[in-house]
Design a protein around this ligand. Structure first.
Ligand code: SAM
Length: 223
Protein backbone atom coordinates (compact mmCIF):
# COMPACT_ATOMS: atom_id res chain seq x y z
CA UNK A 1 0.00 0.00 0.00
CA UNK A 2 1.92 2.98 -1.27
CA UNK A 3 1.60 5.62 -3.95
CA UNK A 4 4.52 7.60 -5.45
CA UNK A 5 2.52 10.82 -5.18
CA UNK A 6 2.64 10.55 -1.34
CA UNK A 7 6.40 11.17 -1.39
CA UNK A 8 6.07 13.83 -4.09
CA UNK A 9 3.64 15.75 -1.88
CA UNK A 10 6.07 15.35 1.05
CA UNK A 11 8.78 16.90 -1.18
CA UNK A 12 6.43 19.79 -2.00
CA UNK A 13 5.74 20.34 1.72
CA UNK A 14 9.48 20.33 2.45
CA UNK A 15 10.22 22.80 -0.37
CA UNK A 16 7.56 25.26 0.76
CA UNK A 17 7.43 24.97 4.53
CA UNK A 18 10.67 23.46 5.79
CA UNK A 19 13.51 24.21 3.38
CA UNK A 20 17.11 23.08 3.53
CA UNK A 21 18.36 21.92 6.90
CA UNK A 22 22.05 20.94 6.84
CA UNK A 23 22.01 19.93 10.52
CA UNK A 24 19.22 17.40 10.00
CA UNK A 25 20.75 16.24 6.71
CA UNK A 26 24.01 15.56 8.60
CA UNK A 27 22.06 13.63 11.24
CA UNK A 28 20.45 11.36 8.64
CA UNK A 29 23.79 10.93 6.83
CA UNK A 30 25.48 9.87 10.09
CA UNK A 31 22.63 7.46 10.86
CA UNK A 32 23.07 5.86 7.41
CA UNK A 33 26.85 5.68 7.84
CA UNK A 34 26.42 3.92 11.18
CA UNK A 35 23.87 1.49 9.74
CA UNK A 36 20.88 2.62 11.83
CA UNK A 37 17.45 1.54 10.56
CA UNK A 38 15.67 4.24 8.54
CA UNK A 39 12.67 4.53 10.83
CA UNK A 40 12.96 8.15 11.94
CA UNK A 41 9.96 10.47 11.55
CA UNK A 42 9.80 12.32 8.22
CA UNK A 43 10.85 15.99 7.93
CA UNK A 44 7.22 17.16 7.85
CA UNK A 45 6.43 15.01 10.88
CA UNK A 46 9.48 16.28 12.75
CA UNK A 47 8.41 19.85 12.03
CA UNK A 48 4.92 18.98 13.27
CA UNK A 49 6.38 17.69 16.55
CA UNK A 50 8.39 20.89 16.94
CA UNK A 51 5.32 23.06 16.31
CA UNK A 52 3.13 21.06 18.70
CA UNK A 53 5.76 21.28 21.45
CA UNK A 54 6.12 25.02 20.85
CA UNK A 55 2.33 25.34 20.86
CA UNK A 56 2.09 23.99 24.42
CA UNK A 57 5.19 26.06 25.36
CA UNK A 58 6.93 22.89 26.47
CA UNK A 59 9.83 23.37 28.86
CA UNK A 60 10.28 19.71 29.63
CA UNK A 61 9.88 17.07 26.95
CA UNK A 62 10.08 13.29 27.26
CA UNK A 63 10.77 11.07 24.25
CA UNK A 64 10.59 7.28 24.29
CA UNK A 65 12.66 5.92 21.37
CA UNK A 66 15.68 8.07 20.39
CA UNK A 67 17.25 6.10 17.52
CA UNK A 68 19.80 8.53 15.98
CA UNK A 69 18.26 11.64 17.51
CA UNK A 70 16.44 12.95 14.43
CA UNK A 71 13.12 13.62 16.18
CA UNK A 72 15.03 14.64 19.33
CA UNK A 73 16.68 17.48 17.39
CA UNK A 74 13.30 18.71 16.16
CA UNK A 75 11.84 18.53 19.67
CA UNK A 76 14.84 20.14 21.38
CA UNK A 77 14.57 23.06 18.96
CA UNK A 78 11.13 23.77 20.43
CA UNK A 79 12.59 24.30 23.91
CA UNK A 80 13.44 27.62 25.56
CA UNK A 81 17.08 28.22 26.63
CA UNK A 82 16.58 26.49 29.98
CA UNK A 83 14.37 23.71 28.56
CA UNK A 84 15.15 20.00 28.78
CA UNK A 85 14.50 16.93 26.65
CA UNK A 86 14.91 13.50 28.21
CA UNK A 87 15.04 10.76 25.57
CA UNK A 88 15.02 7.02 26.31
CA UNK A 89 16.82 4.48 24.11
CA UNK A 90 17.46 0.76 24.49
CA UNK A 91 20.47 0.42 22.17
CA UNK A 92 23.74 1.97 23.42
CA UNK A 93 25.12 2.15 19.84
CA UNK A 94 22.09 4.17 18.67
CA UNK A 95 22.37 6.46 21.69
CA UNK A 96 26.03 7.13 20.86
CA UNK A 97 25.11 8.18 17.32
CA UNK A 98 22.28 10.33 18.68
CA UNK A 99 24.57 12.08 21.18
CA UNK A 100 27.00 12.93 18.40
CA UNK A 101 24.18 14.22 16.15
CA UNK A 102 22.68 16.27 18.96
CA UNK A 103 26.09 17.75 19.82
CA UNK A 104 26.64 18.74 16.18
CA UNK A 105 23.21 20.39 16.25
CA UNK A 106 24.35 22.53 19.22
CA UNK A 107 21.68 21.03 21.50
CA UNK A 108 23.79 18.86 23.83
CA UNK A 109 23.14 21.01 26.90
CA UNK A 110 19.36 20.57 26.53
CA UNK A 111 19.19 16.84 25.84
CA UNK A 112 19.75 13.88 28.15
CA UNK A 113 19.67 10.39 26.66
CA UNK A 114 19.03 7.56 29.10
CA UNK A 115 20.10 4.12 27.87
CA UNK A 116 18.14 1.01 28.79
CA UNK A 117 14.72 -0.59 28.58
CA UNK A 118 12.33 2.35 28.61
CA UNK A 119 10.06 0.71 31.19
CA UNK A 120 12.95 0.65 33.66
CA UNK A 121 14.01 4.20 32.83
CA UNK A 122 10.43 5.43 33.28
CA UNK A 123 10.16 3.71 36.65
CA UNK A 124 13.43 5.38 37.69
CA UNK A 125 12.20 8.80 36.53
CA UNK A 126 9.03 8.34 38.51
CA UNK A 127 10.90 7.19 41.61
CA UNK A 128 13.13 10.29 41.37
CA UNK A 129 9.94 12.37 41.46
CA UNK A 130 11.26 14.51 38.57
CA UNK A 131 9.35 17.59 37.46
CA UNK A 132 6.44 16.67 35.24
CA UNK A 133 6.77 16.80 31.47
CA UNK A 134 4.81 19.20 29.25
CA UNK A 135 5.07 17.11 26.08
CA UNK A 136 5.66 13.37 25.66
CA UNK A 137 6.49 11.68 22.34
CA UNK A 138 6.25 7.88 22.29
CA UNK A 139 8.01 6.19 19.35
CA UNK A 140 9.49 2.91 20.61
CA UNK A 141 8.37 -0.74 20.84
CA UNK A 142 4.64 -0.82 20.16
CA UNK A 143 4.24 -3.93 22.35
CA UNK A 144 4.69 -1.67 25.39
CA UNK A 145 2.45 1.22 24.29
CA UNK A 146 -0.12 0.51 27.02
CA UNK A 147 2.59 0.62 29.69
CA UNK A 148 4.04 3.78 28.15
CA UNK A 149 0.60 5.41 28.32
CA UNK A 150 0.41 4.59 32.00
CA UNK A 151 3.81 6.11 32.77
CA UNK A 152 3.16 9.06 30.45
CA UNK A 153 0.04 10.00 32.41
CA UNK A 154 1.87 9.64 35.71
CA UNK A 155 4.72 11.85 34.50
CA UNK A 156 2.33 14.51 33.14
CA UNK A 157 0.65 17.62 34.49
CA UNK A 158 -2.83 18.74 33.44
CA UNK A 159 -2.43 20.03 29.88
CA UNK A 160 0.51 17.82 28.92
CA UNK A 161 0.34 16.78 25.27
CA UNK A 162 0.94 13.12 24.43
CA UNK A 163 1.89 11.97 20.92
CA UNK A 164 2.18 8.28 19.98
CA UNK A 165 3.63 7.40 16.56
CA UNK A 166 2.77 4.53 14.20
CA UNK A 167 -0.72 3.80 15.47
CA UNK A 168 -2.37 3.01 12.11
CA UNK A 169 0.15 0.55 10.65
CA UNK A 170 -1.19 0.54 7.08
CA UNK A 171 -4.68 -0.04 8.44
CA UNK A 172 -3.60 -3.05 10.52
CA UNK A 173 -4.93 -1.39 13.65
CA UNK A 174 -8.52 -2.37 12.80
CA UNK A 175 -7.63 -6.04 12.28
CA UNK A 176 -7.72 -8.10 15.50
CA UNK A 177 -6.12 -10.99 13.55
CA UNK A 178 -3.34 -8.89 12.01
CA UNK A 179 -0.10 -10.83 11.46
CA UNK A 180 1.85 -7.67 12.43
CA UNK A 181 3.06 -8.38 16.01
CA UNK A 182 3.01 -4.65 16.75
CA UNK A 183 -0.73 -4.36 16.19
CA UNK A 184 -2.00 -5.82 19.51
CA UNK A 185 -0.05 -3.23 21.54
CA UNK A 186 -1.41 -0.45 19.38
CA UNK A 187 -4.97 -1.76 19.71
CA UNK A 188 -4.54 -1.96 23.49
CA UNK A 189 -3.58 1.73 23.48
CA UNK A 190 -6.83 2.60 21.69
CA UNK A 191 -8.82 0.41 24.11
CA UNK A 192 -7.30 2.13 27.13
CA UNK A 193 -8.03 5.56 25.67
CA UNK A 194 -11.67 4.73 25.02
CA UNK A 195 -13.31 6.66 27.88
CA UNK A 196 -9.95 7.15 29.64
CA UNK A 197 -10.57 9.11 32.88
CA UNK A 198 -7.65 11.50 32.33
CA UNK A 199 -6.79 11.66 28.62
CA UNK A 200 -8.77 13.19 25.74
CA UNK A 201 -7.44 11.75 22.51
CA UNK A 202 -7.79 11.43 18.78
CA UNK A 203 -5.77 9.78 16.03
CA UNK A 204 -4.86 11.19 12.63
CA UNK A 205 -4.00 8.97 9.68
CA UNK A 206 -1.05 10.04 7.57
CA UNK A 207 0.39 9.11 4.21
CA UNK A 208 3.74 10.28 2.88
CA UNK A 209 7.33 9.13 2.53
CA UNK A 210 6.71 6.93 5.60
CA UNK A 211 3.75 5.24 3.89
CA UNK A 212 0.30 4.90 5.51
CA UNK A 213 0.40 5.28 9.27
CA UNK A 214 -0.74 7.76 11.89
CA UNK A 215 -0.30 9.64 15.14
CA UNK A 216 -2.39 9.45 18.27
CA UNK A 217 -2.65 12.80 20.07
CA UNK A 218 -3.86 13.28 23.62
CA UNK A 219 -4.14 15.93 26.30
CA UNK A 220 -3.93 14.97 29.97
CA UNK A 221 -6.71 16.37 32.14
CA UNK A 222 -6.81 17.17 35.87
CA UNK A 223 -6.44 14.31 38.37
N1 SAM B 1 12.01 8.83 17.40
C1 SAM B 1 13.06 8.42 16.48
C2 SAM B 1 13.12 9.40 15.34
O1 SAM B 1 12.06 9.71 14.78
O2 SAM B 1 14.22 9.86 15.01
C3 SAM B 1 12.82 7.03 15.95
C4 SAM B 1 12.69 5.99 16.99
S1 SAM B 1 12.65 4.34 16.34
C5 SAM B 1 11.13 4.29 15.49
C6 SAM B 1 12.34 3.38 17.77
C7 SAM B 1 13.47 3.33 18.75
O3 SAM B 1 13.01 2.74 19.97
C8 SAM B 1 14.66 2.49 18.28
O4 SAM B 1 15.84 3.24 18.32
C9 SAM B 1 14.71 1.33 19.28
O5 SAM B 1 16.01 0.88 19.58
C10 SAM B 1 14.04 1.95 20.49
N2 SAM B 1 13.44 0.95 21.38
C11 SAM B 1 12.84 -0.21 21.03
N3 SAM B 1 12.45 -0.88 22.12
C12 SAM B 1 12.82 -0.12 23.18
C13 SAM B 1 12.70 -0.28 24.59
N4 SAM B 1 12.12 -1.36 25.12
N5 SAM B 1 13.19 0.70 25.38
C14 SAM B 1 13.77 1.79 24.86
N6 SAM B 1 13.92 2.00 23.53
C15 SAM B 1 13.45 1.05 22.72
Amino acid sequence: KSDPSWSEVDDYIIQHLIGDDPVLDACLAANAREGLPVIDVSPAQGRMLELLARGVRAQRILEIGTLGGYSAIWLARALPDDGRLVSLELEPAYAAVARSNIKRAGLADKVEIIIGEAVGSLAALQAQDVNRFDFIFVDADKENYATYLDYAVQLSRPGTMLVFDNVVREGGVIDPASPDPKVPGTRELFSLLKNHPRVDATAIQTVGSKKWDGFLLGIVQDD
